[in-house]
Design a protein around this ligand. Structure first.
Ligand code: UT7
Length: 333
């Protein structure tokens, strides 16, 4: 059976970073390092420069991933960016990225909107294209510049997010038993209200009411998101393992969207997977939304911890609510 393989990864973090204390001071927030750390595990986050757009962050991560994969931009069949903070409402951030890479019109380029699960949704689409033989070289990017669309007067949400991009180049796997074993995606569209930007779209176009209510910015019911996240991430991870005849004891590494350390601790505990198997960077980068999974994967690879044949469980959840998992048998060299 034809499978998909990761050929190379890359990531990008903007230069400017802010500790919790610096954040509180800069944005005049009534919060504390102790509160943020205790409730989320976050100690620091990166903030894009004023002249940086999402496609610029994508470009840095993509160039790194393509170089490591030994793939030229013009060899790409597809460029898929998971983001909800594109350069502009349209065209897609992927179109700007294609131009900046000089990939040329051989490739199709589009964005996937699944909030923090965006890069996992993009990975799943890439996997279907490669497995079916419809594409040979696909660039998947998760990139988010949420610090520009969060409400800096809402301490319950703005302290969580950081800017970043992560990129993965994918191609056909030649080796038996290696590569992406499966992906599983789900959405519960009855939960759109708990994490969204309610204004500025076709339902409620920009007007004074939208601006006064700050409804063009991210709104979140943290408690509800937390509950759905723990339940759904466990379920979709178990689904992935069961379909492949594997158990939680077979998992060597977890590469998860880092929304909140407490969410990951709860999911690992329920699944009886030691937390040490979960690659963590939330303390240093915060919740980087769609960038989180490819960024964490890239850091895990750079850290030299993945061995040939290791089983990697990936999971993510975001506004929609949308969530998913991917199981990957690591192929080295
Ligand atoms: O990628 C998905 C993105 N979203 C998430 O992952 C969010 C998941 N949810 C969470 O992580 C948590 O719900 C939060 C960290 C957002 C909030 O933690 P919580 O334990 O659910 O707190 P809460 O919203 O129930 O608020 C408890 C108290 C409130 O004060 P009162 O009403 O008890 O006096 C809040 O006003 O904490 C207050 N509070 C803060 N205090 C200091 C909320 N945010 C802050 C803050 N600093 N930054």
């Amino acid at each position: 059976m034809r499978r998909t393989r990761i050929l190379g990864t890359g990531s990008y973090l903007p230069k400017k970073s802010l500790t919790n204390d610096e954040l509180a001071k800069e944005y005049k927030l009534e919060t504390s390092d102790a509160w943020i750390r205790e409730r989320t595990g976050i100690g620091n986050r990166h903030i894009a420069a004023p002249d940086e757009a999402t496609s610029d962050m994508c470009l840095h991560a993509s160039r790194e991933a393509l170089a490591r994969a030994g793939v030229k931009p013009e060899e790409l069949d597809l460029i898929i960016v998971g983001t909800i903070s594109p350069d502009m409402p349209f065209p897609a951030a992927a179109c700007f990225l294609q131009a900046k890479l000089g990939a040329g019109p051989r490739s199709a380029a589009f964005d996937v909107s699944a909030a923090c699960a965006g890069s996992l949704f993009a990975l799943s689409i890439a996997d279907q294209y490669i497995k079916s033989g419809a594409a040979k070289r696909v660039l998947v990017v998760g990139a988010e510049l949420l610090t520009r669309i969060v409400d800096w007067t809402d301490r319950g949400s703005c302290v969580l997010f950081g800017d970043a991009a992560g990129a993965i180049v994918l191609g056909p796997e030649e080796r038996e038993g290696r590569g992406i074993l499966s992906t599983h995606l789900h959405t519960d569209g009855t939960q759109t209200g708990i994490l969204c930007i309610p204004g500025g779209g076709s339902a409620r176009p920009f007007d004074q009411k939208v601006l006064d209510a700050r409804d063009m910015l991210v709104k979140m019911n943290g408690r509800e998101v937390y509950k759905v996240a723990v339940r759904s991430l466990e379920a979709v991870s178990r689904e992935a393992l069961e379909v492949n005849g594997l158990t939680t004891a077979d998992v060597d590494h977890v590469v998860a969207h880092q929304a909140n350390l407490r969410i990951l601790e709860a999911v690992m505990k329920r699944m009886e997977i030691p937390l040490e198997k979960c690659h963590l960077n939330i303390e240093k980068v915060g919740n980087t939304s769609s960038a989180s999974v490819p960024l964490t994967l890239d850091q895990a690879i750079r850290g030299g911890t993945l061995k040939d044949g290791d089983l990697i469980l990936m999971m993510a959840i975001g506004g929609g609510m949308s969530w998913g998992s991917a199981l990957l048998r690591w192929s080295e060299g």
